[in-house]
Design a binder for this molecule. Sequence first.
Ligand SMILES: [Zn+2]
Length: 247
Amino acid sequence: MAFSRKSTGREPKGGFLAFTRTPRRPGNLLARRGLAGRSVGGRPIGLLQRGDPSIEGELLVFGCIHGDECTASGLQPLSNGCPDPASEIFLVPNLNPDGFAATTRLNGRGVDLNRNFPSGWRAIGRRGDPQYSGPQPFSEPETRLAARIVRTLKPRVTIWFHQHSQPQPLVRAWGQSAPSAHAFARLAHLPFRRLPWPDGTAPNWQNHRFPGTSSFVVELPPGHLETDLKDRLERGLVRLARKVGED
Ligand SMILES: [Zn+2]
């Protein structure tokens, strides 16, 4: 797999997501949780950190961006029941807590967050429409927050979880992200397909804005996440994160 090295380090001490930069010490648990920001409705959006902060080559996981597709928000990438000391994984369990509270795919202002990113952005629909792209790119606090998290953590690989209407899960990616997406599909025993990014989506933006990194989508079946699939996903995340860090 080809993953490029990070060209710069993280931001200096203090500031946004400063808690993620505290070194790991003996007895310093490898599981941290911090506040990354808030939704348009003021709900907290948290960030979890699992693993060793000294490891380069981070994996970033967004468990939910469409508020009615949040079954992956409870994923816990663990190795034998513990945070994995051989990798570093960041999780944003739910980027759209307002949509989740209202059981809608949209955010609190009726915008489809995954059409609000600037790459290929175009005006789609109007407020409340299923794919309303917002008045302009990055008009929503949640998409601006996601971009800030990506710019700060500089993940080598990002995974965005969704749920589609099909009974089978699917890993989908395009272009430079296909190799790592295919690798994740193999590690988690999931089907993989090359599919282009829709306009204004988060992976579309990341793939254009950050050459050499990967950002792809995992579509899960509707409803509750069944145990066997959850186990495969959690193990797959740890294995992928190790691979990313080794490269
Ligand atoms: Zn979705």
